[in-house]
Structures are given as structure tokens and as C-alpha cells.
Design a binder for this molecule. Sequence first.
Ligand SMILES: *Cc1c(COP(=O)(O)O)cnc(C)c1O
Length: 374
Amino acid sequence: MIPVVRPYLPDRRKLDSYIDKIYQSNQLTNNGGLVKELTSRLEEYLGVKHLLLVNNGTLALQVAYTTFGLGAEKCVEEAITTPFTFIATASSLKWQGINPVFTDINRDTWCLDPKCVKKGITDRTRLLVPVHVFGNGCEVEELEKIAQQYGVKVIYDAAHAFGVKYNDRSLLAYGDASAVSFHATKLFHTIEGGAIIFKNPEDHGYASEIINFGMTKDSNIESLGINCKMNEFQAAMGLCVLEDIDNIIAIREEIFYRYKKVLTDWVGFQVLNEKVTMNYSYFPILLSSESEVVSVRDALESNGIFPRRYFHPSLDTLNLPGFDNSHCDISRMVSRRVLCLPMFFGLSNSQVDTICSIVKSALSRTPVIDQPCF
Ligand SMILES: *Cc1c(COP(=O)(O)O)cnc(C)c1O
């Protein structure tokens, strides 16, 4: 069985040595030594400041919204986000009492189109939540210009953007905050986990109280908090995975280009923002129609290979309370035609070759040189 993603398991003895430390310290959670160590190692590795570890990526988003006082007003507040993403981007908003408003994506990069964002702004808009989808950087300068013009915050859902650089600087350093997911299936993981990277130290300080019931350093309660602290076992896993991350990315890069070499001319690809580096977190292909997606998926599944339709359906088609039903045609089109092929450390060259040949034979057409239909 070949899944679309498989969690990376670090060397068992290395993990044991961190667990020994937990047994020695007898501290399992509440900002322990390993959480502190992982915080500073991640800040150094990513080239960011003001990083706050939390227990998952969804709460990273929710705490980020709360830090800026969003969702606390009595009137309806809106956030503009993309419909081409995982449900948590939008559901996290609704859980904070903010209505997600979907505006369309760019047909090549699959990230929010700043022109559409601008059109979607109303007097209820408080926030933009763009997603660096599949690790591709949004047009951060354009988006932040719009945010400044309208006096709204920008919080990136950077769940896929671990380690990505934009103009030689960490992509995670853009916006008022960026939220990252360290779920087991993500490029870098802590089993479950996440982080918020803040632009300002004051916001980081306030958020570190929010994640611990709203308690200040002297145990006063001055704000409405929640519990979403990372624990020491999660941090132990993170420290082990971080030691191997450069190797993990290098292996994924090889897989990426092996796929790409064979499938070029057969399928379309996401167009990379010219200013970003890649982290090879996913391998999405664009087919010419939904029926091609279904036949390729079925052919792979009948061989024990399980690709995933990330992200389908487009969130603007969902009928959830508070979700707007805007018609994001490009997102709907991309969402119907994208299929993510297996991509993880440990996927062998011969498995990649097998997947490619099944994809090609399932397409039952000739290659599309120049990709006119894409
Ligand atoms: C994984 C993911 C999340 C949620 O992260 P969790 O750590 O699983 O809570 C949010 N947004 C996107 C785009 C994701 O892919």
C-alpha cells in the first residue's frame, strides 16, 4: 500500500535519548526544556523571531486571530480567504466567530489573487487569511499593500510553507503572523503540533498567555485564554525530525524531479511564484478534466496506491453556516482537476516510476506538448 503521505519516523535511539531527558526532568508540559529548545532551534533554522509553539496548526490559526482581538466584536466580522485550501483554514475562522469570505485564486499559482481580494473587501472585513498552498508563496507584497490600504490584518495559513524562503528571507516572516502546522503528515512534524510566527514581540507575548488559559507570568488572569500548549513528547519528536530535515527535503527534491521529468508534457503543474524556494511538500498534478482525475485515481487505487484530491471540493461550494457561497470559478476548476500523487521520505524510485506509468496509461491520450489545455 502506498499512501499519499507517510509520517517521518526518526531514529528510535535518538528519540529515546530525548525521552530519557523528560524522565529526568519529570516535566511533561507547560513550556518545558524541550519546548524551549525546539523553539530556539526552529527560530534559528527558519530564520525567524517570535515563534510560539502550540499543539496543532488549527489552534495556531485560532490563537493568531484572537491575539489581534478578532472575532470579539458584536458586529459581523469577515475574513477574506481562499476556497482552495484545507477546511481548517475556514473552519478556524468560524470557530472564532469570523465569517470566511472566499475570493478567487490565480489560475497558475493557485494562491489568492490580490485583485479578487481587493474586490471582496467590505466594511466588515477585518482580516486576510491567504494560504501558501502546497508551499507556493502568495504575492505577499501585493496582499500587504491591500491590507495597509484598508487597515486590516494579514495572517497567513502557512501550514505547507515550512522552510520556504521569499526573496532570501523566510516566507513565514511576512504578515502580522503566520501559522504553521506540524501535523504528522506535514513536511516537518511534532506528531500533532504547530507554531505561530509573529511580526511583533508584544503579540508573541500576549499569545503566549492566551495558549496557557490567559495566565500572565505572575498567574493573573487578564484575558480570555485557552489551553493549546505543546508538550515535551511532541517537542522531543520535533527535535529529532529537525535534525534530519535537510536530508528529508533533499530526498523529496529527488522524488519531485523524478516525477516531473516523466510527467512533463502529460499533465500540468502549479506555477511557482518566482520569488520563492520550494520545500517539496506535495506533488500536485493538474489534469485536463475531472473525469481524468477520477480515472487516474481509480487506476492508482486498484494498484494499492492512494493519491488524494487536495483540495476538493472548493470551499465556496460548501453549505456550512456562515460560509459564503461566492462563485470562485477558478478555484472550482482547479479543485476539480488537481490530484496529489504520493510524496514522502521513503518513497522509492521504482515506486515513483510505477506511479508515473500508471498515470500515463490511465490518461489514454497522447502527451500534451505545450500544455494548451492547461
Ligand atoms: C494541515 C493544515 C491545517 C491544520 O493543521 P493541523 O495541525 O492539522 O491542525 C490548516 N491549514 C492547512 C492548509 C493545512 O494543510
